[in-house]
Design a binder for this molecule. Structure first.
Ligand code: FES
Length: 136
């Protein structure tokens, strides 16, 4: 069962494991946008590639492009997402880029068939009501 936006929304409670949903459901799409209670700049991309999950900030470190819409390619055993706006690449595991930029990545764990992401804010597959968002 996915977390609902009502769980601690708008509250910063420190870095913790955030329940996202069942791996069986989440693995059906290459990427899911996961909403942050801190607002748009803290949203997360949850990638599902070859049975593995990866999480990184959803807005590209360059100019905020939507990484969830990027292509994923594997070269030399490294999985990379390519930003759809200017084609910068980011390693899904480390966030490192061929440029000097680095995308913030987040730890992911699987427990009892569910996916969790370590994050400083509450996360949800549903948008949080805008009135409870906290500006950064
Ligand atoms: S916004 Fe992503 S490469 Fe420019």
């Amino acid at each position: 069962m996915a977390s609902s936006p009502g769980e601690g929304e708008g509250t910063v409670v420190g870095v913790a494991w955030r329940h996202i949903g069942a791996a069986s459901e989440l693995s059906g799409k290459k990427c899911r946008l996961v909403y942050s209670s801190l607002g748009r700049q803290s949203d997360v991309c949850l990638f599902s590639v070859k049975g593995e999950f990866f999480a990184m900030d959803a807005r590209c470190a360059h100019s905020g492009g939507p990484l969830c819409e990027g292509d994923i390619e594997e070269a030399d055993g490294i999985l990379r997402v390519f930003c759809p706006w200017h084609d910068y690449d980011f390693d899904l595991r480390t966030g490192k880029s061929g440029t000097s930029l680095k995308q913030q990545v987040h730890e992911v764990k699987l427990e009892d068939g569910d996916v969790y992401v370590k994050h400083a804010s509450c996360l949800s597959l549903q948008p949080f009501p805008s009135e409870v968002k906290i500006s950064l």
